[in-house]
Design a protein. Structure first.
Length: 255
């Protein structure tokens, strides 16, 4: 069933009301795990709002980026890339925080591409974010901490273009030495560069795989990659969930 082109503009909302809306997003669950598709779209829109002063995201600019994020940080899936991105882009409307500029049925990829539909935060939500930048950080922090393992939270934020220190508030109370270390945060392009250098090969099975994960997203340890893990990736086919104490001796890096 089609959604209306625009929802009526509601009264200005308080910060707790806005935060409550995003904390209560309806998400698909599989095997007890919430799909992070909607949170990833929200994080992308928050970055857009911070950079451009508007959360407006054209489908043409959002499709590939969102699909990449879902493939990297979401559960393994056989759903096509465009379809995976269309799910949150159309369905986030049902949570009352997102609108599209054209009438599109849920999950329909064709109309999104043909009309280059634009999605953005619902007007009263966007107004609240503009009036209170700290609210946007609170929403980002709530979503990333409640939908992703703590060990990969900084990677998720960097991948969407948000500063982990800013969102998580880790810069508060740092010593001079800690501040200097914080300024040496990894370049967000590091992930893609290392993936390319390893030809997207799993360190254990050495097969090319689109779901390989960088070292800070190691699925063999809930804390950090084991010291014996010389290669930086393990595909989710090898280890879909953290396995505490498990040890594997990976192959040497490709040449």
């Amino acid at each position: 069933m089609c959604q209306a082109l625009r929802v009526p503009r509601s009264r200005d909302q308080t910060a707790p009301e806005v935060l409550g809306r995003f904390a209560a997003l309806r998400q698909h669950r599989r095997a007890g795990q919430r799909s992070p598709h909607k949170p990833l779209l929200v994080l992308l829109a928050l970055r857009r709002l911070s950079d451009a002063g508007s959360s407006a995201l054209p489908w043409s600019a959002c499709e590939d980026r969102l699909a990449d994020l879902i493939a990297e940080f979401g559960p393994p899936s056989r759903t096509g890339r465009a379809q995976s991105a269309a799910y949150p882009f159309t369905r986030l409307r049902s949570d009352g925080v997102w609108v599209l500029d054209q009438d599109v049925q849920m999950d329909r990829v064709g109309p999104l591409a043909e009309r280059d539909v634009i999605g953005r935060f619902e007007p009263s939500v966007e107004s609240a974010f503009r009036a209170d930048p700290a609210l946007a950080r609170s929403v980002a922090r709530t979503l990333v901490l409640s939908n992703f393992p703590e060990t990969i939270v900084p990677d998720v934020l960097e991948a969407v273009g948000l500063d982990p220190a800013d969102v998580l508030g880790s810069a508060d109370g740092l010593s001079a030495g800690d501040e200097a270390a914080d300024q040496r945060r990894r370049d967000p392009r590091w992930r893609s560069a290392v993936l390319q250098a390893w030809d997207r090969q799993c360190a254990f099975c050495m097969s090319g795989c689109s779901s390989v994960t960088p070292p800070t997203v190691c699925y063999l340890s809930p804390i950090s990659p084991p010291s014996c893990l010389r290669a930086p990736f393990l595909c989710r086919r090898v280890s879909p969930e953290p396995l505490a104490g498990h040890r594997l001796q990976p192959s040497a890096p490709p040449t």
